[in-house]
Ligand binder design. Structure first.
Ligand SMILES: Cc1cc2nc3c(=O)[nH]c(=O)nc-3n(C[C@H](O)[C@H](O)[C@H](O)COP(=O)(O)OP(=O)(O)OC[C@H]3O[C@@H](n4cnc5c(N)ncnc54)[C@H](O)[C@@H]3O)c2cc1C
Length: 468
């Protein structure tokens, strides 16, 4: 028997699910969320974006205290690492954020139900937890169950010495040697955290480059900077096995194309080869919801699956696995269900690697434009020529703007530099409004600021930078 009737039940309270529920409630829909974790906020708030950024922030301050403050005339002596206290700081940040979501759900009168949801029929969700089961009746269902850690065949994650990001944000001790499998965002961010805290970090990557999909020129310079900081990269290589029988872990590393294996010893191995959509136990095959060949829920332009009344958003569908992409899809589907025109512009989704310096980009890379046969102009400006970066001692990196050769419309902006993650917002707004590089170049930018480099790169598209 159905317990109560809703307009919408969202399964999962990550950034996709909880934002969808809040927007739906704002629009007057009777809304509930189902969450199997003890706390709300999903991967992002509990074990993803928030804890990793807390550790990146804290470890950056630690490194700054050890290396840079003295150069500014601030003597702090040799900083001491109190790892348990740093972890507590991180946990407090997570707690504040997940409680914030709980508060918002309550404030918006979203019915929050703890338990595991399974769709037993269109409009019917069985929720189990604490030994009991109940069935919710609803007009619409949004699947927002997110993603899980991707694994490599033959390498077991024991979450002790061979760990996923879930444990890499909570290690009890700084590993002397950390081997990271995968040079994607998560591997580089968490590799940076532990390098700053004292680990010798080696990153093994199957491809011949780091950060696949990112503009290659930017990625190459980024790799050089990370190497200068002490991270070792083994590109075009694959880890085929990890022997955990001894005191040290022994990872077998082979050339990607095959060949003789070499052993790299480590104290901790971090598996960071990506994430996979999570649909386990949802009952999708039983009710006929179609998945693609990578296990993602297939949706149409309105986020509806092939089963009417069942929608999906976030990491569980196609597109970049990013919190803000999930949020925007959550808002869009809520607006569609509320009778409005929900829409996500997939051409303007910023992507940030929160290392130091940060790497932030939005729009197309040079490689993508070449592949699409689009003629483009390039404008670049280095932070070595930016006054604020000079006094801040953050001159690593540059801004690169790609604009259509004929119309001058901005097609991509890539920023490698301190605070790039904040600066990319200007780029996204400009692109959302269809800006030309000339528009950015003619926009007055405050001095002295790092975003002046964005303006200068826009000027450089027509070869008229002032400070170069
Ligand atoms: C270490 C790390 C760092 C990251 N950093 C960033 C970052 O800086 N910026 C960024 O944009 N993205 C980042 N991400 C990615 C980001 O976390 C995801 O893109 C985002 O969380 C996806 O949101 P979602 O709502 O689709 O799913 P999720 O956040 O994964 O939430 C899904 C929720 O559904 C619940 N659930 C699953 N199945 C059921 C069920 N049957 N019943 C009830 N509940 C269920 C899960 O418990 C979970 O809480 C990071 C990820 C990781 C792992």
């Amino acid at each position: 028997m159905a317990e109560s009737a809703y307009d919408l039940v969202v399964i999962g309270t990550g950034p996709g699910g909880y934002v969808c529920a809040l927007r739906a409630a704002q629009l007057g829909l009777k809304t509930a969320v189902v969450e199997k974790r003890a706390t709300y906020g999903g991967t992002c708030l509990n074990v993803g974006c928030i804890p990793s950024k807390a550790l990146l922030h804290a470890s950056e301050r630690y490194e700054e205290a050890g290396h840079d403050l003295g150069r500014m005339g601030i003597k702090v002596g040799s900083p001491q690492l109190d790892l348990p206290a740093m972890m507590k700081f991180k946990d407090a940040g997570v707690e504040g954020n997940v409680k914030g979501v709980e508060f918002l759900l309550k404030k918006n009168k979203v019915h929050a139900i703890q338990g595991t949801g399974r769709i037993v029929a269109p409009g019917k969700i069985e929720v189990t937890g604490n030994g009991a089961a109940r069935v919710l009746a609803t007009k619409n269902i949004v699947i927002a169950t997110g993603s899980d850690v991707a694994r490599l065949k033959g390498i077991d994650i024991d979450e002790k010495r061979v760990v996923s990001s879930d444990t890499a944000i909570a290690l009890g001790k700084v590993p002397e040697r950390l081997l990271v499998i995968g040079a994607g965002v998560i591997g580089l961010e968490l590799g940076s955290v532990w390098r700053r805290l004292g680990s010798k970090v080696t990153v093994v990557e199957f491809l011949d480059r780091i950060l696949p999909g990112t503009d290659l020129e930017v990625a190459k310079q980024f790799q050089r900077i990370l190497q200068k900081q002490g991270i070792t990269f083994r590109l075009s290589s694959k880890v085929t096995a990890v022997d955990n029988s001894g005191k040290s872990l022994k990872a077998s590393v082979e050339p990607a194309s095959g060949g003789a294996a070499e052993v790299i010893e480590a104290d901790v191995v971090l598996m960071a080869v990506g994430r996979v959509p999570y649909t386990e136990g949802l009952g999708l095959s039983e009710i006929g919801v179609r998945l693609d060949n990578r296990g993602r829920v297939i949706v149409d332009e309105n986020f509806q699956t092939n089963v009417p009344g069942i929608y999906a958003i976030g990491d569980v569908i196609t597109g970049p696995m990013l919190a803000h992409k999930a949020e925007d899809e959550g808002v869009a589907v809520a607006e569609i269900l509320g009778g409005h025109a929900g829409h996500v512009n997939y051409d303007v989704i910023p992507n940030v690697v929160y290392t130091f310096p940060e790497l932030a980009s939005v729009g197309k890379s040079e490689e993508e434009l070449k592949e699409a046969g689009i003629a483009y102009k390039v404008g670049k400006f280095p932070f070595t020529a930016n006054g604020r970066a000079k006094v801040n001692m953050t001159t690593d990196g540059f801004v690169k703007i790609l604009a259509d050769a004929k119309s001058d419309r901005v097609l991509g902006i890539h920023i490698l530099g301190a605070d790039a993650g904040n600066m990319i917002a200007e780029a996204a707004v400009a692109m959302e409004f269809g800006a030309s590089s000339e528009d950015i170049a003619r926009t007055c930018h405050a001095h002295p600021t790092l975003p002046e480099a964005v303006k200068e790169a826009a000027l450089a598209v027509d070869k008229r930078s002032i400070h170069m």
